[in-house]
Design a protein around this ligand. Structure first.
Ligand SMILES: Cc1cc2nc3c(=O)[nH]c(=O)nc-3n(C[C@H](O)[C@H](O)[C@H](O)COP(=O)(O)O)c2cc1C
Length: 219
């Protein structure tokens, strides 16, 4: 089981590069969109919790070259507040370019190919966890394809699943609904969408949003 405890730090953004464009995205879903009926926040959460996440450093949209991924910054805030364990999804073959424009091309090709990139580390044993956060950037309106490798390799039932994204305008991108589809025997609670630029540059604002969201979820 590969679970590391939180090592919290916040990297300063280095606004050195501005990518020319952001990819076209699937129709944006607003954060205010109602969560499916099945979704229900735990009333009081004393359960064992883990955060599964994927996040990239290098050049990212509108934040220049970053030393800590946008999603990873939000992960730290959640871990700090909940004491959750962490599992980072890392690619076995890290072929992802460190420049934004090259990365979006590789990611789009993976999506078109329905790729299932291998995960580097041993998959986690989640049997001892009641609540699992799933943190991810939005890539072309969807989870990065490596997340589907995870979903298809790690069966889950009877858990509470909580998605959160960082993004450049696409919000939660229906990740709550897609988690419910991947794991029909789990409960999906209300997700959170954070602008990647805010994660890097407006952390007080993000901290407030994370705190309010966790309180609403019962943490
Ligand atoms: C390959 C790629 C595709 C992206 N596609 C979208 C998208 O469809 N919608 C969106 O809002 N942002 C998109 N973005 C922006 C990222 O979601 C955003 O910068 C995110 O915060 C990056 O998180 P990370 O630093 O944790 O990897 C994309 C970024 C990349 C690199």
């Amino acid at each position: 089981m590969i679970i590391s405890l939180c090592a919290c730090s916040s990297a300063a953004a280095q606004n050195t590069a501005q990518p020319a464009s952001t990819p076209e995205v699937t129709p944006a879903l607003t954060d205010a969109e109602p969560v499916p009926a099945a979704a229900k926040a735990p009333q009081e959460n004393k359960s064992k919790t883990i955060i599964v996440y994927f996040s990239r450093t290098g050049e990212q949209y509108n934040v220049g070259v970053i030393e800590k991924g946008n999603t990873a910054i939000v992960v730290d805030m959640i871990a700090e507040a909940t004491g959750a364990d962490l599992y980072e999804i890392l690619p076995a073959d890290d072929h992802y370019p460190m420049t934004y424009n090259a990365l979006i091309d590789v990611a789009l090709q993976e999506q078109r190919d329905h790729a299932r990139p291998d995960i580097a580390e041993e998959l986690p044993d989640l049997s001892g966890y009641d609540t699992i956060f799933f943190g991810s950037p939005v890539w072309w309106g969807d989870w990065p394809m490596i997340y589907y490798t995870f979903f298809e390799s790690v069966p889950l039932s009877g858990k509470t699943l909580i998605p959160f994204t960082t993004h450049a305008g696409s919000g939660l991108s229906g990740f709550d609904r897609s988690l419910a589809a991947q794991y029909p025997d789990c409960t999906v609670a209300k997700g959170l969408a954070v602008a990647g630029t805010d994660a890097q540059n407006h952390q007080d604002k993000v901290q407030t949003a994370v705190t309010n969201w966790l309180t609403e979820l019962g943490f």
